[in-house]
Design a binder for this molecule. Sequence first.
Ligand code: NAP
Length: 251
Amino acid sequence: MSHELAGRIALVTGGSRGIGRACCQRLAEAGATVVVNYCSNEAAALETLQQIVDAGGKAVQVQADVSLESDVNRMVGWVEQEVGPIDLLVNNAGVFDFLPHDQTTPEIWQRAIDVNLTGAYYVTWAVKAGMIERQFGRIVNVASIAALRARSMAIAYSVSKAGMVAMTKGLAEALAGANVRVNAVAPGLIETEIHQSIDRDRLDQIVASSPIQRMGTSEEISELVLFLLSERSSFMTGQTVVASGGRVMLP
Ligand code: NAP
């Protein structure tokens, strides 16, 4: 097993479950010391941590609601003091609601923007000063194909993810000179708990209409995240890499 991230410290937001957990595990396997952020599910974060430690990796957990600037500043300050400088950042924490436009209330809208987009902004802005100072940083934003193929049943979510893609491009250009690369992944349907607001029949229909007729796994996304954080992607910045089983090609 390659230890291409040995000596690096990685912060993964929403690392307690789903795609974030797989990223924590994959980055730890690649040699990074991983900081597992979670919002409210401490038990799940501790499970992620235990799995990493049992596999011989290094990890710590830290609570913070990424939509609260004070929480984010406390988290990043704590990590920098107790663990060390953050070299690698995965903005993964996210929420999703499957709702028609006429049920997209101001609260639903605001929560999608606050967690998915403003959360990534708070964490990135708190971390990037150190990256610039040290002239090294790798950031991956977990967007979604909804950013590229906005759906009527997830308008607020699609907007928040499109914002992440725009942030990825703008920041990549701004920070390239400081040796900070910023990329995004855009997963399609991945088997996690985030789909609780979609009923099973609807999910099955979506899967059946996709070119590769299955849901993706969190591990498939974590491989891409590792690639974008590693030096194997050394000439890539500002890119959004899609892994959707071909679904992004549908009209
Ligand atoms: P998930 O299984 O529901 O996990 C969500 C994670 O985000 C949990 O670790 C949760 O922490 C954390 N989180 C939620 N709100 C937070 C907040 N305010 N502050 C900090 N952490 C917070 O979801 P997932 O499917 O793995 O999704 C991860 C990311 O992938 C999201 O950004 C999502 O939009 C994106 N994505 C997912 C899919 C898919 O099909 N699954 C497709 C495209 C993109 P707690 O455990 O503490 O609640």
